[in-house]
Design a protein around this ligand. Structure first.
Ligand code: PMP
Length: 355
């Protein structure tokens, strides 16, 4: 029998957020995958549809229009960019370019569930550093976890699923202490939702430290989750390595065109992000008013630390037409969505005692 490599058996499953179960007489809401609840902007959709007309052709493997648009938008060189089929692909590309069997990758836990999957798939060993009680990265413990075998550290800001974001000063101090042959990957999937005094300035970190890699996506703030397009910003050397290991033609023509159109419509899209941030604030006010506490959410989701009550509350919300994302025995992550979903969630919390 042909066997996969032994570590393939150890790859944990990815549990995708489920759709809402229809409930008689109720509008349902999917709050389980941190998606953008807004439909595509007409201008973005029209561009994507036009690109789909050439679906008999391969996409531009060099992503020239996308790199040009991003380079202009960010003020970086086109050679400092690498695109992938969602930023999750960039995590795979990074690990396949920089890690192998026996290497260690340090990351916070709980954090994005794709990290242990990608690390294990690369044959490397994940070193999970528990987040603090309020859902924050414990940067001093993460620094202490770096060994001679560490090849990369993954920072997730805001942290999925717990919510808090890292501040620039603490990350700058952390990066300064990391050996320069260890990559510091800053996963900024929810960057656009951050509203705090001293947010991470990823490009400033990259300018000072060539081992820094920024990961960004069009899935969340830009609302293109279904098209799968994300990118890394890094030195030309690192970006080149990421491009070298990427699947040829991985980012479709439709995804490339929609991403470029999204940058052209950024003002409208960021107005929607502002509205979602306001909705997040309204949700947090409702949660607090109902007597519950959540870690400070800086993304488009909130985290309820529920332990053994997780499954029960997921069922309660599900029966009320709200699909949420349970992490068995740990807690629930609930995406910020439509105002009606916020109202229904807060009403349920009011009748449910915390802890
Ligand atoms: N990073 C984090 C922290 C995420 O939560 C996600 C999506 N859930 C991703 C990366 C990947 O997003 P995508 O592949 O859609 O760009």
């Amino acid at each position: 029998m042909v066997e996969p490599l032994p570590h393939v058996r150890d790859i944990p499953p990815y549990v995708p957020g489920k759709p809402a179960v229809p409930q008689p007489g109720l509008t349902t809401f999917k709050l389980s995958s941190n998606e953008n609840p807004y439909p595509p902007l007409p201008g973005v959709l029209a561009t994507a549809q036009q690109a789909a007309e050439a679906m008999n052709r391969y996409p531009d493997m060099g992503c020239v229009a996308l790199y040009d648009a991003l380079a202009t938008r960010l003020g970086v060189g086109t050679d400092e960019l690498a695109a992938g089929t969602g930023s999750v692909a960039l995590i795979y590309h990074l690990l396949s370019a920089y890690c192998g069997i026996g290497d260690e990758v340090v990351h916070a836990w709980r954090s994005f569930e794709a990290y242990p999957i990608a690390i294990t798939a690369a044959g490397a060993t994940g070193v999970k550093v528990p987040v603090t009680a309020d859902g924050r990265h414990d940067l001093s413990a993460m620094a202490a976890a770096i060994t001679d075998r560490t090849r990369a550290v993954l920072l997730c800001t805001p942290n999925n699923p717990t919510g808090p974001a890292l501040g620039h000063a603490e990350v700058a101090t952390f990066v300064a202490g990391v050996p320069d042959d260890v990559l510091v990957v800053v996963d900024e999937a929810y960057l656009e939702f951050v509203r705090m005094a001293d947010p991470v300035d990823g490009l400033a970190l990259l300018r000072g430290h060539p081992n820094v890699v920024l990961l960004r996506t069009f899935s969340k703030a830009y609302g293109l989750a279904g098209l799968r397009v994300g990118y890394a910003v890094a030195t030309p050397e690192v970006a080149g390595a990421l491009r070298a290991v990427a699947l040829p033609f991985g980012v479709s023509s439709v995804a490339q065109a929609a991403a470029v159109a999204s940058l052209a419509h950024e003002e409208d899209l960021m107005a929607r992000v502002d509205a979602l941030v306001e909705e997040r604030d309204r949700l947090v006010a409702g949660i607090t008013d109902a007597g519950w506490t959540v870690p400070e959410p800086q993304g488009n989701f909130v985290w309820f630390d529920l332990g053994e009550r997780t499954a029960d509350l997921a069922a309660t919300f599900g029966d009320a037409g709200l699909a949420v994302r349970p992490f068995a025995g740990e807690g629930l992550r609930i995406s910020v969505g439509e105002p009606e979903a916020t109202d229904r969630l807060v009403a349920l919390l009011r009748t449910t005692p915390p802890a």
